[in-house]
Design a protein around this ligand. Sequence first.
Ligand SMILES: Cc1ncc(COP(=O)(O)O)c(C=O)c1O
Length: 342
Amino acid sequence: MSDTLPIVDLRSDTLSQPTQAMREAMATAEVGDDVFGEDPTVNRLQDRCAALFAKEAALFVPTGTMANLLAFLAQTRPGETIILHEDAHPYNYEAGNVAMIGGLMTRTLPGDLGILDRDTIAPCVIRTEDHHFSETSLIAVENTTNRGGGNIYPLETLREIRALADENGMKVHCDGARLFNAVVESGHSAQDFAEHCDTVSVCFSKGLGAPAGSILAGSAETIDTAHKFRKMLGGGMRQSGILAAAALHALDHHVERLAEDHRRASQFRTELEGLPGVSVPMPTPTNIVMLDVPDAAAFAAKIKGHGVLMMPMGRNRIRAVFHLDIDDEGLDRAIQACQSAF
Ligand SMILES: Cc1ncc(COP(=O)(O)O)c(C=O)c1O
């Protein structure tokens, strides 16, 4: 490995560094005490996001994990069941918070590419007066799907899930950590996706390149309840306009460019597809490429020797995520590292 070349870090899009322009926007942000509701930059971000998703209100929170948890806490009661895809982030990677903090049961279901559909969910919905049962009160979808390779929910699938939820008096939450990747790739607006969900969260710290921060949007009542839970969980952040300024900068400057990440991810996939010993198990519509290899840990160690990092996602699967800090030179180096690993 060359000591002079920077590491090409494809483990996650959370690894991107704030740009100089983003740091300047943060440094000059007008701030106040957000726990008093007096941070003008946070308020601007919340208003802008509520409008973007055509919801009544939005709440700035430190992380995507907290946004998901607040959505569940604000729209369910302890003892109820939420339905999630078996690969969903809150089920796999949020430390069991829905059980410990929400007192919730999870019913996880399969579906291609991390995507649930009405027919799979419908038989598992329990709405009854019979006190034997835990009632199903919420369906959570993830758009784009992380373990599903960055795939995008078809609007029609969301429409059908929404109809099922309405027929049964249930809520729908969208974990939209990477919703803007879906927006840029599909040509649908954020509002088109959000329309079918009661609440939607988005992370600014992933492809959008901010150092921290997520938003949760929904009805005024739900967001008010979420605000109370945010306080309980210690998520009230005082002069958080410094972080909201990064998020606003990202919305202004880092949304359209996600298409570049998608183009590089697709090129990476195409170059590797033909290599013996590698298979590409899923389509790559956005910025996440999943590869199946004989030994993911050994593969990661080999490419690390060439200054390229990827994340093993199991014994045979490894993930590459394209983001703000990966340019065409980084793409070429990643391709070469993988080629020489075989
Ligand atoms: C789909 C999805 N949801 C939620 C999260 C949680 O975000 P955070 O790391 O900000 O808590 C992630 C993080 O990678 C994610 O990929």
